[in-house]
Write a protein that binds this ligand. Structure first.
Ligand code: ATP
Length: 301
């Protein structure tokens, strides 16, 4: 990963946002050994977003030639919609996120943002348009203010404060003797999982991207903290298009649209209520998770 970032570093400040995106992506998808496989098309224009729609158009993709992972996947996400991607382990949920961030290009088919094929625009403009909130964010060994400001070049103190407020981490920062100048990371103050995630949310707010990729994977957070963070994420997602990779279905029941993936194919799509009525894979997953929860509650009693 260090090797991957060194050349980007040399290209200067413009790439800070991308680099953070890549670090967050790496944290999100454990991509440590992955190298970028894509390049800008010659003379590629920047992505221009008027309406942040996202579409997969008959996307076929695999990591290795002999193993297809996505088998002609198509779906559309309208601007401002909150979409959840669910499905059994290995179904291809993270693969969708990786293709959207253009870690890889599809074998065939297209990934479109506001009607533009993302393989035909600059990677810098693509990655600037997408904010990522991974489950386990990576912080730099620097001040908490720096870690938030990293979301965008030229962020002012006012931007940082507003972002910290939006991410509901301001009360915590205000209690620190050195406030925003507190050193965090390995050599500084150790933050809890929830606090780190709020820093990641604040960083995303500073970046102010029209599209959000969220990872609501099974978390190490206690359930109260998790509920609080989810509420913050929902607030942050308003007025943006968001795609959440969800493991626990209870967290996404109010999504505008749920995409149910199975073995790299779209098995079902709809709202929570509609999918329950359908009584297919989603209903089965929902009932199983409810039963597990009931078991847990009983065991605790
Ligand atoms: P989970 O819920 O377990 O995180 P997922 O639905 O996000 O699963 P993906 O991570 O998209 O699933 O993986 C889909 C398939 O692609 C899996 O079979 C996985 O083994 C395979 N895969 C993922 N990353 C790679 C890679 N870098 N190289 C080869 N195969 C991969």
């Amino acid at each position: 990963l260090t090797q991957l970032f060194r050349p980007l570093d040399m290209l200067g400040m413009v790439y800070r946002t991308i680099r953070q995106g890549l670090i967050d992506m790496a944290a999100m998808f454990k991509l440590i050994d992955t190298d970028l496989e894509v390049a800008d098309a010659p003379g590629a224009p920047a992505l221009v977003i008027r309406r942040p729609t996202v579409a997969f158009d008959n996307v076929v993709f695999g990591y290795e030639p002999e193993r297809t992972i996505l088998h002609g996947l198509s779906f559309e996400v309208s601007a401002g919609a909150q979409v959840a991607i669910v499905g059994p382990s290995g179904a291809g949920k993270s693969t969708i996120a990786r293709l959207l961030f253009r870690f890889y290009d599809p074998w065939s088919g297209r990934v479109l943002i506001d009607g533009q094929d993302i393989s035909q625009v600059t990677q810098a403009s693509l990655r600037a348009a997408i904010g990522i909130v991974p489950q386990d964010s990576v912080l730099f060994n620097d001040t908490i203010g720096y870690n938030i400001a990293y979301g965008r070049d030229g962020a002012t103190r006012e931007d940082i404060v507003r972002a910290a407020q939006g991410a509901a981490i301001m009360p915590f920062i205000e209690r620190l003797p050195q406030g925003f100048d507190t050193e965090v990371g390995e050599r500084g103050l150790k933050l809890s999982g929830g606090e780190k995630q709020r820093v990641a949310i604040a960083r995303t707010l500073v970046k102010d991207p029209p599209i959000l990729l969220l990872d609501e994977a099974t978390s190490a957070l206690d359930s109260r903290t998790e509920q609080d963070i989810l509420a913050t994420l929902h607030r942050v997602s308003e007025h943006r298009t968001s795609l959440s990779i969800a493991h626990r279905l209870s967290t996404i029941a109010d999504a505008d649209q749920i995409l149910v993936l199975d073995h790299g194919r779209l098995a079902e799509q709809g709202t929570h209520a509609g999918l329950l009525r359908r009584d297919g894979l989603y209903a089965e997953m929902w009932n199983r998770q409810q039963a597990e929860r009931d078991d847990l509650t009983e065991a605790a009693e």
